[in-house]
Design a protein around this ligand. Sequence first.
Ligand code: HEM
Length: 286
Amino acid sequence: MRARTAPVRPRRTPSGFTRTRLRSVVDAVVGSVLTARTLAARRCGADLGAPSRVSRAAPGEHGDVDDDAGRSADEGFAARLRRETAEAHGAAERSPFMEELLSGSLGPAALTTFLAQVHHLYAVLEPAVDAARDDVVVAPFADDRLRRLPAVSADLRAHAGEGWREHLVPLPAAERYAERLRQVATWPAGLVTHHYLRYLGDLSGGQVVRRLLARAYGWPEAELRSWDFPGVPSPKRYRDHYRSLLDAAPWDEAERGRVVEEARRGYRLNEELFDDLSARLPEWRR
Ligand code: HEM
C-alpha cells in the first residue's frame, strides 16, 4: 500500500495572503502597468528592455496607472527616460525587503527603519531643491505640494513614538545615496533627475505600496502619509503634468543622455538601499 502524503498547505503571511497570492497581488498591481506597456510596445515594435514583473493584468486593481511608454518615433523625453530606465527600475523594485514588508510579515521596526532612510534622503533633497528653486531648470519642478519631509516625520512619530528621532540612523547605502544628492545639488539637471526618481516614484509605485501596507497591517491612512499627497487630488494627472515638464526641460541631447545615466545611477542607489534593508530582515521577521 502506498503511503498517503499529507496535502501541502500553502504558507500564509500575516496579511492572510499565501506567499504565492501575495506575489500575485503585487505582480497584478505592478504588472498591470507593465503589461499594458509591453502590449503597447509590441504594437509599435519598440523594445522596452526587460521590465521586471510583467505577469497578468488585473483591470481595476491598479487604479490610475499609465500606459504611454510604448511610443518611439515621436516620443518625448519623459517617455524616453522611462523606457531607458525600465530595466533599472525593475531591478530596484525587486527586493526581498519590500516583498516581505508588503506581505505583512515584519515587525514595526522594519517600517521605522525604512522610513528613517527615506527621511535621510528627503532631508538632503528638499533643502537642495529649495536652494535651487530660482534656477530656470529647477523652478518648474519645485512644487511645495510634493514636500515629503513633514509626512515622513509624522509617520515616524506615529510608528515609533515621541522618540522617533533616535531612529534616524542612516544605513551605509542611504549615506551613499545622500552623498550623491549633495553632489548633484549644484547640477540642476541632476537635481531634477533625483527629484523625478523620488517624487514620481512616490506618486506611482508609492500609491501601490501605501495600499498594500494598509491592507497587510491594518494601519490607518493617517499613519501612512509618506505616500499621501493631499495637495495632489489626481496623481495620474500630476504625473502627466510632470512628464510635460520633463519634455519641456531645456536640455540638449548630451544633457538628456546624462539625465538618463543619472536616473540609472539613482535606481542603483535605491537597489543598494533595499539590499541593506534586506540584510536586516532576520531581526524583523515575526
Ligand atoms: C516596491 C518597489 C516598487 C514598486 C512596487 C514600484 C512600482 C511602480 C509602478 C507600478 C510604477 C508605474 C509605472 C508606470 O506608470 O508605467 C512606477 C513608476 C515609477 N517608479 Fe516605481 N516602484 C518601486 C520602486 C521604485 C523605486 C525604488 C524608485 C526610485 C526611487 C521608483 C521610481 C519610480 C519612478 C520615477 C516611476 C515613474 C516612471 C515614469 O513614468 O517615468 N520606484 N513604480
